[in-house]
Write a protein that binds this ligand. Structure first.
Ligand code: F6P
Length: 328
């Protein structure tokens, strides 16, 4: 017989992402709909260790669907990496009669959740929330679409000034070890080159490509560099290298940084977060646990948490080939 779940807690952990609030709202309201108590855990796993809990009603989450960041705040907890820390966290959940957990975050969050479940057999559902889109088991993570739009908007602006001055810009975007943001914004913004960790293009090819751009009469060039790119040079070193080897170029660097994580979530991210939030609670009430909810072919799908952590979400290399054609 299934144990009836009476109290569900939700937390956000790791790097924040636009749409996390929409996910929190969906979890809270679905709990309310099914008459289950919902607890918000502040500051991710650190708040879980410290018992930083708050009962959340349907009204508590009003007007947050459009807000960036996370009302529950986020933290990366070193203490939760220790067995002692996880023991304290488990005691807090038990003392507060919490039956199950919904985790909104990325692979670090899910790894922590997986270990916690192995140690304490505690029911967990993961919701993928990160701008990096680097989670296996979902085509899209919450926050990725908004980040793409933020980046595109920034690159369009950089293009204005780049072409006014006939300059070459290296634009560094986030993504940790994954090139999803770089690749898709590169195609979407019409970048001349895209450097991503998954494909080492090599410096010679970059030089050749930029020479070709100059010969073809382009008034500006934009190279998108993913922060995890493995050419061996960071974005500033790349700029110096090009200035030394192609003096015909005036080069500038723009590192977009954390602005990519902020802002009001796009409609896509709000809907995605709402769908995954509702499903996470329904799955728990149905006795399911230790899975991640994601979106595959526009359907909500589930993946074992372990697979979500160990699997690799691969980029579409066809986009790189296309980008070469389109930047001719
Ligand atoms: O995972 C999201 C992300 O923004 C990555 O793209 C980036 O590498 C990292 O977090 C930055 O982390 P922090 O905010 O701790 O500097």
């Amino acid at each position: 017989m299934k144990t009836r779940i009476k109290k569900i807690a939700v937390l956000t952990s790791g790097g924040d992402a636009p749409g996390m609030n929409a996910a929190i709202r969906a979890v809270v309201r679905t709990c309310s709909y099914y008459h289950v108590e919902c607890i918000g855990i502040y500051r991710g796993y650190q708040g879980m260790i410290e018992g930083d809990f708050k009962t959340m009603s349907a009204r508590f989450v009003h007007h947050i669907i459009q807000k960036g960041g996370t009302i529950l705040k986020s933290a990366r907890s070193d203490e939760f990496r220790t067995k002692e820390g996880r023991k304290k966290a488990h005691k807090q959940l038990k003392d507060n009669n919490i039956d199950a957990l919904v985790l909104v975050g990325g692979d670090g969050t899910f790894t922590g959740g997986m270990i916690f479940n192995e140690e304490f057999n505690f029911p967990i559902i993961g919701i993928p929330g990160t701008i990096d889109n680097d989670i296996f088991g979902t085509n899209f993570t919450i926050g990725y679409d908004t980040a793409l739009n933020t980046v595109i908007d920034a690159i369009d602006k950089i293009r204005d000034t780049a072409s006014s001055h006939n300059r070459l810009f290296f634009v560094e975007v986030m993504g940790r070890d994954a090139g999803f943001i770089a690749l898709n914004t590169g195609v979407g913004a019409g970048a001349e080159e895209i450097l991503i960790p998954e494909e080492d293009m090599g410096l010679d090819r970059l030089l050749e490509s930029l020479k070709k751009s100059k010969r073809s009469g382009k008034s500006s060039s934009i190279v998108i560099v993913s922060e995890g790119d493995k050419t061996g040079k960071n974005v500033f070193e790349l700029a110096d290298y090009i200035e030394e080897n192609l003096p015909q170029y005036e080069v500038r660097v723009s590192v977009l940084g954390h602005m990519q994580r902020g802002g009001s979530p796009s409609c896509f991210d709000r809907v995605l977060a709402s769908r995954l939030g509702v499903k996470s609670v329904e799955l728990l009430l149905d006795g399911k646990k230790n899975i991640m909810v994601g979106l595959i072919d526009n359907k909500v799908a589930t993946t074992p948490l372990e697979k979500a952590v160990k699997g690799k979400h691969t980029i579409n290399k066809e986009l790189l080939r296309m980008s070469d054609i389109l930047s001719v």
